[in-house]
Design a protein around this ligand. Structure first.
Ligand code: NAD
Length: 491
C-alpha cells in the first residue's frame, strides 16, 4: 500500500484497541509531574503506523513524545468539543432552540478530489475540503489548512469556530474553513503551486470575493494565497478579473494584501495579553512566557511580546522544544527557524522534552500550534497564570475543566486569535474600496476592534458569572440569535 493510501485510512481502524490502551497507559505514566520524562516506545505509532507519515516529531533513538499519542487520539473530538462549548453557553442563557438547531449544523460541506501532476510525471489525486458553517452575518470566511491530520470533522469544527469568532468581534463575515490532507514536506514548491491552483479550480464558484473568502492557516501562507487568487481571477471573464482580487485575504502586499496582515493574529494576541495584564496588575516587563508553535502566529506573538520587555523562556514546535531561563531572542529564533525549518538544534538554548516544556514555570503560556494540546493530563502540568490561545481549539473540554479548577486564566481562542480575521476584513475592505491603509491605521483599528470584543467578553463573564470561554460563546451566540430573530427564516 502506498503512503498516500495509508494516510487516508481512518486512524481509529489501524490497530486493535488493546494496543491503543497500552499506548494510553504509557502516555499517562509520562504525563504526570514527577514521573519519567517522555516515553520509551520502540515501534510505530499505533495511529498512523508509519512514523514518517506523521506530522509530529520523528523519534530519536526510539523515544516518542507523548503528545504524539494525544494528537491522534483526541483529534476526532474537536467537533464534539465545539458543540459541547455551545451547549454550555445555551445552559446559561436560554437561546432560541430553533436558532441553536440551525447553528449546530454546517450549511455546506464540499469535498473535492482533484488530480495534480507530480515532478516525476505521475498524477496524484488529492482530497480537499471546504466547509461553510454559516453566512447569516456576511460572506463565509476562513483559512485553508494543509496538514496530514486534516479531515472533514476537523474542518467542520474550525469552520464553526470561525462563525463564533466573526460574530464575537462584530465583523460582517460568516464562518468557513478548508484544507487538504497532505504534508507539505512531501512536495516541491512547484508541486505545491500546482496543488494550490488545482484545489482552487476544483472549488470553482464555491468560493468567491462576495461569497466565501479563504485566508492562510497552518502550512499555508501569502504565496499560496497569491496562487489561489491568480487561479480564481484567471477563470472568470476578463471583465470580471479585477473585481475579484479580494477572493482571498492574507495576500502579499503587491497583490493587494494589507499592511499588518502577516503579523495580525500574533498582534491581536499581544494586544489582549497587554490588556489582560493591565487589568490584573501583571507587570509584563521581564515576565517569563512560553510559546508552543513558532510559525506565523507563535513567532509574531513572541516578537511583539519583546516590545513589552517580556522574557521568552521556552519554545516548542513540531521539531522539538528548547529553553533558556535567561531568555531567548524571538527575532533571532525566527531567523533560525526560517533557515532550518524548526527550533531543534538552536544553539543558544538547551533542548528539553515535551513534558518539561509544559511544566516550565512562567507567567503566560501562548499555545500557537494545533488543537487538543491542553488536555486533562497536560493541563495538570502547566505552571502558568494565563493561557492566551493563539491556536484554534488548543484546549479540550476536560483540559478546560482542569484549568478552571486550577484557577489558570484563559483568553479563549475565538477571542484571542481573532486578530487574523479582523485584519483580513480590513484587507477585504481596502480591496473593495481601492484603498491602501498604512500600518498605524491598521494597528489602531485592530486594537480598537479586538479590545471592544475583550470588553464584551469580560462583561458577559461578570454578568453571567461564567468562565471567559463560555462568556465569549454567549456573546457570539447572542449576536447570531438577534440577526436570525430580526430576519426570520425564509420563506
Ligand atoms: P504555521 O503553519 O505557520 O505554524 C504552526 C506551528 O505549529 C509550527 O511552528 C509547527 O512546527 C507547530 N506545530 C505543529 N504541530 C505541533 C506539535 N504537535 N507540537 C508542537 N508544535 C507543533 O500555522 P499558523 O498559521 O501559525 O497557525 C497556528 C495556529 O493558529 C493554528 O491553530 C491556526 O488555526 C491558528 N490561527 C492562525 C491564524 C493565522 O492568521 N495564520 C489565525 C487564527 C488562528
Amino acid at each position: 500500500m502506498k503512503n498516500s493510501d495509508q494516510k487516508a485510512r481512518n486512524l481509529d481502524d489501524i490497530k486493535p484497541v488493546d494496543q491503543r490502551k497500552e499506548w494510553k497507559l504509557l502516555y499517562h505514566q509520562s504525563g504526570r509531574p514527577g514521573l519519567e520524562e517522555g516515553i520509551k516506545f520502540k515501534g510505530l505509532c499505533p495511529y498512523c503506523e508509519l512514523r514518517d507519515m506523521c506530522s509530529l516529531p520523528k523519534p530519536e533513538g526510539g523515544v516518542w513524545r507523548c503528545n504524539h499519542y494525544q494528537a491522534h487520539s483526541k483529534k476526532s473530538n474537536l467537533y464534539e468539543n465545539v458543540l459541547k462549548q455551545m451547549e454550555k453557553a445555551e445552559e446559561v442563557v436560554h437561546f432560541d432552540n430553533d436558532i441553536c438547531k440551525i447553528l449546530t449544523e454546517t450549511m455546506n460541506e464540499i469535498v473535492v478530489h482533484f488530480p495534480v501532476k507530480m515532478k516525476d510525471g505521475r498524477v496524484k489525486v488529492l482530497k480537499g475540503y471546504r466547509v461553510q458553517h454559516n453566512n447569516a452575518l456576511g460572506p463565509f470566511k476562513g483559512g485553508m489548512r494543509f496538514h496530514p491530520a486534516v479531515d472533514i470533522d476537523e474542518i467542520k469544527a474550525l469552520a464553526t469556530m470561525m462563525t463564533w469568532k466573526t460574530a464575537l468581534t462584530n465583523i460582517p463575515f460568516g464562518g468557513a474553513k478548508g484544507g487538504i490532507q497532505l504534508d507539505p514536506a512531501d512536495f516541491s514548491p512547484e508541486e505545491m503551486e500546482r496543488i494550490a491552483r488545482r484545489f482552487t479550480y476544483a472549488l470553482g464558484n464555491n468560493i468567491g470575493p462576495e461569497y466565501d473568502i479563504p485566508a492562510p492557516d497552518v502550512n499555508t501562507n501569502a504565496q499560496i494565497m497569491a496562487w489561489m487568487q491568480d487561479t480564481y481571477m484567471s477563470t472568470v471573464t476578463p471583465t470580471e478579473r479585477n473585481r475579484c482580487a479580494h477572493v482571498v485575504t492574507g495576500k502579499p502586499l503587491e497583490s493587494g494584501g494589507s499592511q499588518g496582515r502577516e503579523k495580525a493574529t500574533g498582534q491581536g494576541v499581544v494586544f489582549l495579553i497587554e490588556k489582560w495584564a493591565s487589568d490584573h496588575d501583571m507587570d509584563l516587563k521581564g515576565a517569563p512566557y512560553i510559546v508552543q508553535g513558532f510559525g506565523n502566529v507563535g513567532s509574531w506573538a513572541a516578537r511583539l511580546m519583546k516590545k513589552n520587555g517580556s522574557k521568552l523562556i521556552a519554545v516548542e514546535d513540531v521539531t522539538g522544544a528548547i529553553a533558556d531561563k535567561n531568555g531567548i531572542d524571538p527575532d533571532d529564533l525566527a531567523s533560525y527557524v526560517k533557515e532550518f525549518g524548526g527550533v531543534r538544534g538552536y544553539q543558544k538554548a538547551e533542548p528539553i522534552d515535551h513534558v518539561t516544556f509544559l511544566g516550565t514555570s512562567a507567567d503566560i503560556f501562548i499555545p500557537c500550534a494545533l488543537e487538543n494540546q491542553i488536555t486533562d493530563a497536560t493541563a495538570e502540568l502547566l505552571n502558568v497564570k494565563l493561557v492566551a490561545e493563539g491556536a484554534n481549539g488548543p484546549t479540550d473540554s476536560e483540559g478546560d475543566q482542569v484549568l478552571q479548577r486550577r484557577k489558570i486564566a484563559v483568553i479563549p481562542d475565538i477571542l484571542c486569535n481573532s486578530g487574523g480575521v479582523i485584519v483580513s476584513y480590513f484587507e477585504w475592505l481596502q480591496n473593495k474600496r481601492s484603498e491602501f491603509w498604512d500600518i498605524d491605521e491598521v494597528d489602531t483599528k485592530l486594537k480598537k476592534t479586538i479590545i471592544a470584543a475583550y470588553d464584551r467578553v469580560r462583561e458577559a463573564a461578570e454578568k453571567y458569572k461564567v468562565d471567559w470561554r463560555t462568556a465569549a460563546q454567549i456573546v457570539a451566540l447572542a449576536r447570531l440569535e438577534m440577526v436570525y430573530k430580526e430576519r426570520g427564516i425564509y420563506p
